[in-house]
Design a protein around this ligand. Structure first.
Ligand code: GUN
Length: 293
C-alpha cells in the first residue's frame, strides 16, 4: 500500500509555483494578487483564510482579506464584489463560504467576474469545465486530479465510484474523471443518498472518491482489493487522549481500509493540503490571463 502524501506534494507544487512566479514576474511591475472576502466569525473560515494568506506569502503572491461583520447586507456584499471585480490590481477573488443565512451564496458567486473566480464556483466556469473549454477548476477536484497524476495512478478504463454529489466536489470530480484525458477516461458512477445497493457499487470501484460527509462511512468489507481510495471527508471526533480534545477523521475507516488498498490518502494530510495549492495555481493563471485572455 502506498500512502498518498498530500502534504509533500502540496509543498512540491508550492516550490515549483514560487519558482515559476519569480521567473515570470521578472519582467512585470507587480505580483499575482488573491483577495479573500470573509464574513462573520466562523472559526473554520478564519483558519482557511489565514492559511490561504500564508500560502500566498510562501509563493510570492500578494493576498488581501476583506473582513465584514455577520450583519453585512446582501446588497453591501454585492457592492464589495463589484469593487474587487473592478480593481485591476486584484487577479483572483474568493468569497469564503458559508455565508450567513440572510445572504444568498449563489447570488454572490454569480456576481464574481468569471475571470477572477479562482474558486471555480461561477456557473460560467462550471459550464466551461464541463464542455472542455478553458476554465478555473475548483480546488478540491483539481487537488484530487493532481494527486492521481503525481502518483502516476492509472485511470484509463478504470471503474471509478464517487460518493457524494455536491457542487464543490462530487459532481465536478465525476465529470472530470470521465473526460477523454489523463487523469480521466474512467467509467464513473456517482452515488448519493438515494443510491440503492451502494455497498455493492463501492465494491466494484478501482478508484473510490469518498466525499459523502459521513464519519468513517467506508469500511474494509466494502472495498475491493487493490483499490485506490481518495478520502475527501474531514470530521472532528471527540478524543480525550488528544490535547485539543478531538482528532480528525475522514469518510473512510482508514486503518482497516488501508490494508486492502494499492493507494490511499490519509486524513489529515491527504486531499486537504492540496486545495489551497490549487487556488494558488488558479490565481497565477488569472494573473497570466491564461483562461480568459
Ligand atoms: N469554504 C470551504 N471550502 C471553501 C472553498 O474552497 N472556497 C470557498 N470560497 N469557501 C470555502
Amino acid at each position: 500500500m502506498v500512502l498518498i502524501d498530500g502534504k509533500k506534494i502540496a509543498e512540491e507544487i508550492k516550490d515549483e509555483l514560487a519558482r515559476d512566479i519569480a521567473h515570470y514576474i521578472d519582467h512585470e511591475d507587480r505580483v499575482p494578487h488573491l483577495a479573500a472576502v470573509l464574513v462573520g466569525n466562523d472559526p473554520a473560515s478564519q483558519t482557511y483564510v489565514k492559511n490561504k494568506e500564508k500560502a500566498c506569502q510562501r509563493v510570492g503572491m500578494t493576498s488581501s482579506i476583506y473582513k465584514y461583520p455577520e450583519t453585512i447586507t446582501e446588497k453591501e456584499l454585492l457592492e464589495v464584489v463589484d469593487f474587487i471585480n473592478n480593481d485591476d490590481d486584484i487577479d483572483g477573488l474568493i468569497v469564503q463560504l458559508p455565508l450567513p443565512d440572510h445572504i444568498a451564496s449563489e447570488k454572490i458567486i454569480q456576481h464574481i467576474d468569471p475571470a477572477k473566480d479562482v474558486d471555480g464556483f461561477h456557473p460560467v466556469n462550471v459550464g466551461r469545465m464541463a464542455l472542455n473549454l478553458p476554465a478555473y477548476v475548483s480546488a478540491t477536484p483539481y487537488g484530487i486530479l493532481q494527486l492521481l497524476e503525481r502518483y502516476k495512478i492509472e485511470t484509463e478504463g478504470k471503474r471509478c465510484v464517487v460518493l457524494g454529489r455536491s457542487n464543490i466536489v462530487g459532481s465536478p470530480v465525476s465529470i472530470l474523471l470521465a473526460k477523454k484525458t489523463y487523469p480521466g477516461n474512467c467509467t464513473v458512477t456517482l452515488c448519493h443518498s438515494k443510491t440503492k445497493n451502494i455497498e455493492e457499487i463501492i465494491k466494484e470501484a478501482d478508484i473510490l472518491i469518498a466525499a459523502i460527509g459521513q464519519v468513517e462511512f467506508v469500511t474494509a468489507d466494502m472495498v475491493k482489493n487493490g483499490a485506490v481510495v481518495i478520502d475527501v471527508g474531514i470530521h472532528r471526533v471527540p478524543d480525550t487522549s488528544k490535547a485539543k480534545g478531538y482528532r480528525l477523521v475522514g469518510d473512510v475507516k482508514f486503518e482497516e481500509v488501508a490494508a486492502k488498498c494499492s493507494f490511499i490518502t490519509p486524513v489529515p494530510g491527504g486531499v486537504g493540503p492540496m486545495t489551497i495549492t490549487a487556488l494558488l495555481i488558479n490565481t497565477f493563471k488569472a494573473f497570466k490571463k491564461e483562461i480568459y485572455p
